[in-house]
Design a protein around this ligand. Structure first.
Ligand SMILES: [Fe+2]
Length: 511
């Protein structure tokens, strides 16, 4: 076995830095650190603990470049940015079977305050990350600042929105899916993937490495703790439970692929150990609490769902959408969520999940209306059960935060979207993409028709960006932050629209 030394890794990385960047990876960013090339991250904050993450990867796009042996990594957590007042330190082992990633739960911290952290291995130091613990349980909280982001197709554009997100003042970033895209190399886009469609652990790892080399994404991770749930592209477009997009691979092959995809996903984000995949299963649904102000339930609408009853595209509504056997969350996750609803009520109950819940009826001139049936619009019995549980527990401040569709949407959730007299259950804000679908445009005729046909929808916009949410005991404000282009770097950010929900009225008003 080769003895791994500081010198051997540094020699290797020095050699790498003079290698020409080959075709498929032509536009990837050069790492700013020879060993911690993928930056640092933190996540899933509790009042007394937070997860911190990094990976040793001197050759990130080709399997990482580490020898197949354990490497000790030291970590430190400080109360100050200069890392002078260290409050915790320790050592952990980076292992080859988890791609030399490090995830450490740092406990014994004070609630509701910033901490800074860094790693050290083989004589090299990582960048310093900043994180923040959650406020003390059941304590009153005056303000909570969240961002919601998703859909960062590397080929479609630059992560300028992440650069702006990193400059916000946030307690937490919720990332609601499509952290990577699994597909192969496409030409004539802003940037290029580094390989064909990913289906093996090695290929998914290299794809995460490509994405995480991006300096804007690294900046967003280093600035705030994140809590992430995947959508479909972390595995395969539009997959549903055990069913892949095309059906060609068969169940056994697809589950092997899903296991590889979940393993790479787990390795590259700061999940708590409870999320560690067991084969093709990964426990992603979980709850984060922010004092008595807000409880965030992160949901998984892909792993446990039954196949789309009415197809995966804009389709006519079919009878199977009403089938009570069709499920978005699966029986166990549904039962878990409704039990959470029955617990002590926070001022705001947040559902952070992938696909839009609100109805988006799309009229056409030459036939019945269409609905996008990969979303909750295709699982009507499941949506009715969710709404019945919300109604039963009389949740006062329900807010759904969703993604997936690469457009911004704001609307109210109603037990019956077709009945103007139906009461308001809560609000939903759908985050556009960071980069997916490229530059986009403010408004498109086909989408405006949806707004006009659905009185519960207040807003639509088709540019790239993220949501910034400011939460107080009295009101929830969502700012739709957008950038005018992602096909080249450097776009400015602006607030395209803001909406406010007053907790008592549940009404959504332009703010
Ligand atoms: Fe997406």
């Amino acid at each position: 076995m080769t003895q791994i030394t500081r010198r051997s890794v540094l020699k290797q990385s020095a050699a790498l830095s003079v290698l020409p960047l080959l075709g498929s990876a032509r536009s990837h960013a050069a790492p700013s650190n020879p060993l911690f090339t993928l930056g640092v991250a933190s996540g899933d904050p509790l009042p007394d603990s937070v997860m911190i993450w990094t990976r040793l990867a001197p050759d990130p796009l080709n399997g990482g470049g580490m020898p197949a042996q354990n490497v000790p990594v030291r970590w430190e957590v400080a109360e100050d940015e200069a890392m002078r007042r260290i409050v915790q330190r320790g050592e952990w082992t980076a292992r080859p079977d988890t791609a030399h990633t490090i995830r450490r739960e740092v406990g014994g911290l004070e609630p509701g305050r910033h901490y800074w952290y860094r790693f050290n291995a083989l004589g090299k130091e990582s960048a310093i990350g900043r994180t923040r613990t959650a406020p003390a349980a059941a304590e009153p909280v005056e303000r909570l600042h969240l961002a919601v982001a998703c859909c960062q197709n590397y080929q479609h554009g630059y992560y300028t929105a992440h650069r702006h997100l990193a400059a916000e003042d946030l307690d937490l970033v919720l990332f609601v899916g499509d952290y990577i895209y699994e597909d192969g190399i496409k030409k004539d886009l802003a940037r290029r993937h580094n390989a064909a469609e990913a289906a093996t652990l090695e290929a998914y790892r290299n794809r995460y490495a490509l994405y995480k080399l991006d300096p804007d994404l690294q900046a967003a991770h280093a600035a705030f703790p994140w809590a992430a749930v995947p959508d479909d592209h972390e595995v395969d477009n539009d997959y549903a439970g055990e069913h892949e997009e095309t059906g060609a691979a068969g169940r056994t092959n697809f589950l092997a692929r899903r296991a590889a995809a979940y393993q790479a996903y787990y390795e590259h984000l700061p999940f708590r150990p409870a999320a560690r995949p067991l084969g093709a299963a990964m426990r992603l649904h979980r709850t984060l609490r922010f004092g008595s102000l807000a409880t965030v339930h992160l949901l998984d609408t892909r792993q446990h769902r039954t196949p789309q009853p009415c197809g995966r595209k804009w389709s006519e509504r079919c009878a199977a959408a009403h089938d009570p056997g069709a499920t978005m969350l699966g029986e166990a996750q549904e039962a878990w969520l409704y039990e959470k609803f029955a617990g002590p009520a926070p001022q705001w109950t947040v559902l952070a999940q992938q696909v839009p819940i609100m109805q988006r009826r799309r009229p056409r001139d030459d036939g019945p209306d269409l609905y996008h049936t990969d979303k909750w619009d295709g699982y009507l019995a499941a949506r009715d059960r969710l709404f019945a549980a919300v109604g039963k527990h009389d949740l006062q401040g329900l807010v759904a935060l969703s993604g997936d569709v690469h457009n911004n949407w704001a609307g109210t959730l109603k037990a019956n979207f077709d009945d103007p007299a139906s009461g308001i259950l809560g609000s939903e804000f759908v985050a556009t993409s960071i980069a997916s679908n490229g530059d986009g445009e403010d408004s498109k005729k086909s989408q405006r028709r949806i707004v006009d046909a659905n009185p519960h929808i207040a807003f639509y916009n088709g540019q790239r960006g993220y949501l910034r949410c400011v939460v107080s005991p009295e009101a929830w404000r969502t700012d739709f932050r957008v950038v005018p282009y992602v096909s080249r770097p450097g776009a400015p950010v602006s607030t395209r629209a803001s909406f406010v929900v007053e907790r008592g009225s549940r009404r959504l008003v332009a703010g």
